[in-house]
Every structure is written in structure tokens, then in C-alpha cells.
Design a protein around this ligand. Sequence first.
Ligand SMILES: NC(=O)c1ccc[n+]([C@@H]2O[C@H](COP(=O)([O-])OP(=O)(O)OC[C@H]3O[C@@H](n4cnc5c(N)ncnc54)[C@H](OP(=O)(O)O)[C@@H]3O)[C@@H](O)[C@H]2O)c1
Length: 262
Amino acid sequence: MILVLGPGGTVGRRVAARLRATGSEVRPASRSAAVRFDWAEPGTWTAALTGVTAMFLMAPDGVPVDAAFVDLAARSGVRRAVLLSSRSIETMGDARLLSAEQAVRDGGAEWTVVRADWFAQNFDEGFLRPAVDAGTVAIPVGGVRQTFVDAGDIAAVAVAALTGDGHAGATYEVTGPEALSFGEACAIVGTAAGREVRFDGTAGAYASAMTAFGVPSAQIDRDVAAFAALAAAGDSAPQDTVERVTGHPPKRFADYAAGASW
Ligand SMILES: NC(=O)c1ccc[n+]([C@@H]2O[C@H](COP(=O)([O-])OP(=O)(O)OC[C@H]3O[C@@H](n4cnc5c(N)ncnc54)[C@H](OP(=O)(O)O)[C@@H]3O)[C@@H](O)[C@H]2O)c1
């Protein structure tokens, strides 16, 4: 039995579907799933773990991965944990995901950390969709290139680590096959969507957009500093992880965009 957290999320949904397709027994668990699991309610944890031998661990942005849950899982018989994390967390000072990784490494089960780059699906299913629809995406990273990765490829790597051997103790950097600037990615989305999608990489545009969403100014300042550190680190380099772990090449961003609904 494989526990899948975040089963309604961009990656967890694909992990659950792929596990089912390969014949694994899957237990999706979240606040709204049939098996209730809430990171904020330890009383929901034990039932979610009953009979589980492996788990896909994730927490949405802003929610910590509680080390007490990871410990409880190992004591309940979970032998393998695969954590969804992110690239560049040291550069961006992401204390939440750094402690999540530490909790999993210290947690007593075999572990694999999946450090994904920017999800391609941010543009159609994720937090960038309203900006895409409005015609301007604003992220204060200028022209730095990132290796946008398809969520299906992230899920495929996670499923390989959940169901196959040889992944224990690995921290996988999971990327798409090419590095693109946000400007280039927006142009590709615009072509696929049949309308103009502009990119503004300045801190001012980001601050205006976030202020309009009601994000507090202290949070905006922290985000701008983290994005500036990311941009200063320079272009991301594509990794061969998807092909090495799954046997198939990662999806190109243009192919993702052509297949998405706009
Ligand atoms: N976006 C990116 O480019 C990117 C890149 C690398 C890494 N990441 C990381 O990936 C993670 C987000 O992944 P995602 O986008 O696939 O998921 P997501 O959409 O952020 O998560 C949604 C899922 O989490 C569940 N959920 C929400 N609050 C919960 C709670 N308190 N307890 C238990 N479950 C809860 C939701 O179900 P219910 O509402 O039913 O609870 C839903 O299934 C974050 O840690 C992020 O830092 C993101």
C-alpha cells in the first residue's frame, strides 16, 4: 500500500494515477480525500498510515512537513519515503523545504528526495494561470534561464523511486531538457494559447501584482530577495535524471504547452 499525499495537487495527482496504472495499491489522503489527512491535525495521521509500506510525501507551499509524522510513519511500518522538494532551496533560503529534507533523511525509512525545477504546469494549472489569462506574467528574475519540467516527468521519477530499487539515499535534481528564460517560456505559451503572453522580470511589476492580490509587503520583500538570489545564481543546467531514472527523455516545454488547455 502506497500513501500518496497531495493527491489533488499538480504532482500528487499524477503520482497516484501512474501508480494505479502500474498495478500498485494506492491510498490518496488529504483534507478532502476519502482518507482524511491534515498536516495540521496529528489526529488524522495514524489512520492514513495503517498498512502503508511506502509514501509519497509533499506539503503545499507554506505548510511544513512535520518530522513527527515522518517518524510516526517509520514506526508504523513505512519502509520507503519519497519527498517532493525543489531545486535551488539553498540559494533561495527555503527553510521549509530544507527542514522537510532533513526530516526525511533522519526519519528511519529509506528515502529519496525529488528536487524539481519550476513545474511547466505552473502556467496552465498552477499559480501563474491568472497572470497568463491576464496577458502578463511578472516574476522578478529578469532573463535568467530555468529548466521548466513537466509534472508528468516529476511523477514518473517519484514512482520509480517508490516502486523500484536503487534509489535509496538519492537526491534527484529533476529538470526539463532545456533551459528557457521566463520570457521565452511565455512566448511559447502565447503561441500555444493563440494570444500574447508578455513577461515582466522586474521587481516593481512583481510587487504591484502581489500587492493587488493582497500579499503583505514584508512577504513581497522576502520573495523579491529570494528571486534575486536565484537570478544571481545564473542559468540552470538541464540534468539527465528523468531519462536515467525512467528510461524516457523529459518532455520539451513546447510539447507541454501544445498539449495544455488554454
Ligand atoms: N510550483 C513549482 O514550480 C514547484 C517546483 C518545485 C517544488 N515545488 C513544491 O511542490 C509542492 C507543491 O506541489 P503541488 O503543486 O503538486 O501541490 P499543491 O497543488 O500545492 O497541493 C495541493 C494538495 O495538497 C493538499 N493539501 C493542502 N493543504 C493540506 C494540508 N494542510 N494537509 C494535507 N494536505 C493538504 C490538497 O488537498 P486538500 O485540499 O484536500 O487537503 C491537494 O491535494 C510545494 O512543496 C512546492 O514548494 C513546487
